[in-house]
Design a protein around this ligand. Structure first.
Ligand code: FES
Length: 92
């Protein structure tokens, strides 16, 4: 898989998040969408996404206390321990 450091925000560490029940390490200071791309460059690069908050195809649901909260992955940065419970079909 080719690595494209120029598309990511500068980071020093990988942080742990959970995606649909799987623990993954992703670059801090980056959007959830960039982190999904970090994990699967080809699939996310080829997905039908605007990358700027207009299409809503990047919707994911994150755990928020006992509830879930829908956010746009291109507009939301990851945080250590973030739990993503569901991702939109466009990201699968
Ligand atoms: S990629 Fe289009 S709204 Fe996030």
């Amino acid at each position: 898989m080719p690595y494209h450091p120029e598309i990511f925000q500068p980071y020093e560490h990988l942080i742990g998040i959970s995606i649909c029940g799987e623990s993954r390490l992703v670059p801090e200071k980056n959007s959830i969408l960039r982190c999904l791309q970090f994990l699967d460059m080809e699939r996310i690069s080829d997905a039908d996404l605007c990358w700027n908050g207009e299409c809503v195809n990047c919707q994911v649901w994150i755990k928020n206390g006992e509830k879930e909260k829908a956010v746009m992955a291109c507009r939301t940065n990851v945080a250590e321990g973030m739990v993503i419970t569901r991702i939109s079909d466009s990201l699968k």
